[in-house]
Design a protein around this ligand. Structure first.
Ligand code: PLP
Ligand code: COI
Length: 364
């Protein structure tokens, strides 16, 4: 077999200092988001000469890096985010994991990183769940957030693609991403900062895009908003996405409209929600949408709901957009009806309560 498709035999080293069941249960009772980590992690090496090798599951813990490791200087890194859900019968499932595998490959290509074969990606999730399954919570709306990531480990200071790279998976029990749960959030419109630009890496899930969002996100927080909305970098007119989620507008006739752009992340939650809407006979449009269209649509009553969507955020209703010199909608607007109904259907599929008619769920 060619190097890249050799079956991977994972070496498993159990964590001697794993949390006790009592400690774990205390964490799972109130996990928040991204604050606690399971007992193990996956680590696979890649080198230009040897391809993917040395797959292992090992105790969760620090990664030793040479101070000249390329990622620390030139940010050659990509990541993914997906969740493991516990169903009523105790089984553990992921949602559209092959789509995350494919997106990790696209991100890797953009960052001149090696592409992890889909089967290795899926196997890395199975291997981690095999040892950390007890960390998948079972309370409503909770899950185990899985964070696969890959970065340049080679030590050198020249600027070129690294020839030594590692891929990891860590996992973190998760409740609601926003402290207000599924209550509507207010969004800050960033006019000073863009997230990404034409020909850049906005469509890749790479750390730099999040670094670029941080000052704008801080500005949002200072203005009482939970997330920041970015506009296009050329005209500063068209909607892109939020710092960590995609955006959808709902028109009076039931049509869902979402921005088309080469510089936003291709959201898996977004594509799934659009599919569920089409299954109901609703129209969906991926096209340019200006901030003026949103403002005028809300004023005229043509746009009746808006929501954010992503793995961490699931579907979160949007109440108000705040900009420096205008607002759209009301800060205390209730969640939209279609928004919440699509949310119920999506989470119903994810938690095994609603038929998975598109074959999106994969048992781990
Ligand atoms: N946009 C950004 C910038 C994100 O970080 C995310 C979350 O992963 C999304 C959109 C939504 O993507 P997905 O639904 O695949 O999680
Ligand atoms: C995700 O939803 O998976 C993300 O990466 C976004 C971030 C807000 C956690």
């Amino acid at each position: 077999l060619p190097m890249a498709t050799r079956p991977l035999e994972f070496a498993v080293t159990r964590n001697e200092n794993a949390k006790t069941p009592e400690e774990r249960d205390a964490i799972l009772a109130a996990p928040g988001f991204g604050k606690f980590f399971t007992d193990h992690m996956v680590d696979i090496c890649w080198s230009a000469r040897g391809g993917w090798h040395r797959p292992r599951v090992q105790p969760y813990g620090p990664i030793a890096l040479d101070p000249a490791a390329a990622v620390l200087h030139y940010a050659q890194e990509v990541f993914e985010g997906l969740k493991a859900y516990r169903h009523a019968d105790g089984s553990v499932w992921t949602f559209r994991a092959t789509a995350n595998a494919a997106r990790l490959q696209r991100s890797a290509r953009r960052l001149a990183l090696p592409e992890l074969p889909e089967e290795y990606f899926l196997e890395s999730l199975r291997q981690l769940i095999a040892v950390d399954a007890d960390w998948v919570p079972s309370a409503p709306e909770t899950s185990l957030y899985l964070r696969p990531f890959m970065f340049a480990k080679e030590a050198f200071l020249g600027v070129r693609a690294a020839e030594k790279v590692n891929y990891y998976v860590i996992a973190s029990p998760a409740g609601a991403y926003f402290s207000g749960g599924v209550n509507p959030v207010n969004i800050w419109l960033s006019t000073q900062y863009n997230r990404a630009g034409r020909g850049g890496m906005g469509a890749a899930k790479t750390g730099g895009n999040y670094a670029s969002s941080l000052v704008a996100q801080a500005e949002a927080n200072d203005n009482g908003c939970a997330q920041v909305l970015f506009l296009d970098d050329v005209e500063g007119k068209y909607l892109e996405e939020l710092g960590g989620m995609n955006i959808v507008l709902v028109y009076k006739n039931g049509t869902l409209v979402t921005p088309a752009s080469d510089s936003i992340l291709e959201g898996i939650t977004l594509q799934s929600v659009l599919q569920l809407a089409r299954d109901r006979g609703l129209a969906t449009e991926e096209r340019r949408v200006s901030i003026d269209e949103w403002r005028q649509g809300v004023e005229s009553g043509d746009i009746v709901e808006a929501f954010a969507c992503g793995t961490a955020a699931v579907i979160t209703p949007i109440a108000q957009i705040k900009a420096k010199d205008f607002t759209i909608g009301e800060a205390d607007a209730p969640a939209g009806e279609l928004t919440m109904s699509l949310r119920d259907e999506l989470t119903g599929i994810q938690y095994g309560r609603v038929e998975d008619r598109h074959n999106w769920m994969l048992r781990l």
